[in-house]
Design a protein around this ligand. Structure first.
Ligand code: AP5
Ligand code: MG
Length: 202
């Protein structure tokens, strides 16, 4: 199995790059943001609760998103691997993910972080807000709140993966194609190392 986390602040291109990477590597895309937005669209109790947090740019409680990820891992038992997008976002979520993957006798193999300046992020999100219908993109103060939540609660999660030598930052500005190539180069290196380790083990 190959399990990847695409890490980075709001608007850094996680969703855009995920679409390409899941196709190229045959992974299952797990975006907690997308899963929550479909719950909102279906007006489920979970969606109604989550909307209150998302509209303000706050995080949805850990137990809600961890439960969603647990369900998805169960639903895709035969997957070749998973691409986690927008998860984990807190230290608790990272620990829960480690436990869930360990139960399935697997782990996170790589964490790739998209590095983008705050000025560029605001520009991208306000631009998308004109057409996306995402309530958290239209108001600059909500966007700034998402950044401060990211700095305080999510950025520290990187340390967990740095300590395990699984973390790599990738420049996230420039063409979608170039960024995608840089991510693929890094993934190919990790896959090659995985193959070598497997051969040595066999
Ligand atoms: P989520 O949906 O995860 O949103 P986010 O992290 O705020 O990030 P975005 O999806 O806005 O950006 P992205 O990095 O995917 O970039 P994208 O490719 O779209 O979360 C939303 C909310 O849900 C959270 O605030 C929270 O409330 C809740 N939530 C979600 N997960 C949670 C969790 N684990 N725990 C608790 N709460 C959770 O690109 C952005 C824009 O830039 C697009 O318009 C795109 O076309 C453009 N773009 C992309 N690449 C480039 C490029 N290279 N050059 C120029 N433009 C580009
Ligand atoms: Mg996204």
């Amino acid at each position: 199995m190959f399990n990847l986390i695409l890490f980075g602040p709001p608007g850094s291109g996680k969703g855009t790059q995920s679409d390409r990477l899941v196709e190229k590597y045959g992974l299952v895309h797990l975006s907690t943001g997308n899963l929550l937005r479909s719950e909102i669209a279906e007006k489920t109790p979970l969606g109604i609760e989550a909307k209150n947090f998302m509209d303000k740019g706050q995080l949805v409680p850990d137990e809600v998103v961890i439960g969603m990820i647990d369900n998805c891992l169960e639903l895709h038992r035969e997957a070749k691997g998973f691409l986690f997008d927008g998860f984990p976002r807190t230290a608790n979520q990272a620990k829960a993910l480690d436990r869930l993957l360990e139960l399935k006798k697997t782990a996170i193999h790589s964490v790739l972080a998209l590095d983008v300046s705050e000025e560029e992020l605001v520009k991208r999100l306000l631009e998308r807000g004109k057409t996306s219908g995402r309530s958290d993109d239209t108001n600059e103060s909500v966007i700034r709140n998402r950044f401060s939540v990211y700095q305080n609660e999510t950025a520290p999660v990187a340390e967990h993966y740095k300590a395990l030598h699984k973390f790599k930052a990738i420049p996230g500005e420039g063409s979608v194609e170039d960024i995608s190539n840089a991510l693929s180069t890094q993934i190919d290196k990790v896959l090659e190392r995985q193959r070598e380790e497997q051969e040595a083990f066999d």
